[in-house]
Design a protein around this ligand. Structure first.
Ligand code: PEP
Ligand code: MN
Length: 362
């Protein structure tokens, strides 16, 4: 079994604890010159912690650049030697894990197209058995938290103790503003399920274009992500893959500088006191809403009894339309979105029907 040399392991371990953690580098390693120069420019900004590069590229369509392969690994090794930055690459097979370890890659990541496939994830996990290396796991292409969690479990069961998550957005049908819809709620739920696990945002693959990278990165930081993975290339327009979304190292540095790192104030006591007060108010309101909902359900049950005794159907469409109309009118006035109010009313209505159903059929 291969293990990391103590030198490279301390290099990555120091970065593993750093917040925010910034990973950058080209989508793909293309030539030694491109890899090394990009790495040097990134290191010179002083803003990058870990150097990334795609060596094997699973592409959606054949004929696209599928990565330079193992011959790019010595270039990455050279880039590390010249910059002192630890390195990370994407792996999708057991052989790729072995090759990456042979060339002293410091951290591995599993790509979105691999996370979707339990066979592939298991193969990577098996190759990792007995190896001490941090592994980041990108969300699967499709919005499926069980698949993402399953990949985490497979890697954890192989004995990997340092596991992180990368949120790179989800494929959705039709054209949207994004290459991959962020579906932030899924990343937030994944964070909730894995408290303390490193969570990185990858705005490059979410956006698919340069102009909105900053907005997505800022949003991730506002949502308390631990860091960012952003693709950077010495000459983005000429990149062999993902040209539209890559930025120069200089632009990357500007972006990092422009981000408001709101985490900085959280230690201030007045901030905490104000937040606690507002949270207290929310708790009160949530409590009251619960009581009101319970009351509403008890009344619905009474109506159920009444309908049962008079042989009336549960759903009376006219009545429901009236409720919707009245609620939309009020929602508009109060500035609540119709989408939200519809979802809320649907949930309440379903629960009411279930309650009435129980009363009428028991
Ligand atoms: C990448 O990071 O270059 C990549 C292929 O990303 P993803 O797996 O998110 O598509
Ligand atoms: Mn890419």
């Amino acid at each position: 079994m291969q293990t990391l040399t103590s030198e490279s392991s301390s290099l990555i371990l120091e970065k593993w604890e750093k917040r925010p953690i910034i990973i950058s580098g080209p989508c793909s390693a293309e030539t030694e010159e491109q890899m090394v120069t990009t790495a040097q420019q990134l290191a010179a900004t002083g803003k990058v912690d870990i150097l990334r590069a795609g060596i094997w590229k699973p592409r959606t369509k054949p004929g696209m650049f599928e990565g330079i392969g193992a011959k790019g690994l010595p270039w990455l090794q050279q880039a590390k030697k010249l910059t002192g930055l630890p390195t990370t690459v994407e792996v999708a097979t057991g052989k790729q894990v072995q090759d990456a370890l042979t060339f002293d890659v410091d951290m591995l990541w599993i790509g979105a197209r691999t996370t979707v496939n339990p066979f592939s994830v298991q193969e990577v996990a098996d190759a990792l058995r007995g190896v001490d290396i941090p592994v980041l796991i990108k969300n699967p292409i499709n919005p499926d938290l069980e698949l993402w969690s399953g990949a985490v479990e497979r890697v954890a069961r192989a004995g990997i103790s340092r596991i992180g998550l990368i949120h790179r957005g989800f494929s959705s049908y039709g054209n949207t503003e994004f290459r991959n819809a962020p579906m932030w709620h899924l990343a937030i739920e994944m964070k909730r399920r894995n408290p303390g696990m490193l969570m990185i945002n990858d705005p490059s693959h979410i956006c698919g274009r340069r102009d909105i990278l900053s907005d997505v990165a800022q949003k991730a930081i506002d949502l308390d992500f631990d860091g960012l993975m952003i693709e950077s290339h010495m000459d983005p327009d000429k990149a062999w893959s993902d040209a539209k979304q890559q930025v120069t190292p200089a632009r990357l540095a500007e972006m990092i500088d422009e981000i408001k790192w709101r985490m900085e104030d959280v230690s201030s006591e007045t901030f905490h006191a104000a937040l606690d007060k507002l949270r207290e108010q929310i708790n009160h309101i949530d409590d009251e809403l619960m009581d009101l909902l319970a009351q509403r359900m008890r009344i619905a049950e009474k109506i159920g009894e009444y309908k049962r005794n008079n042989s009336v159907t549960i759903l009376q469409t006219n009545r429901w339309n009236q409720i919707l109309d009245k609620s939309f009118h009020k929602a508009d006035k109060l500035g609540l979105s119709r989408e939200f109010v519809t979802r809320y009313l649907d949930a309440v209505h379903m629960e009411s029907i279930n309650r009435q159903n129980n009363v009428m059929n028991n």
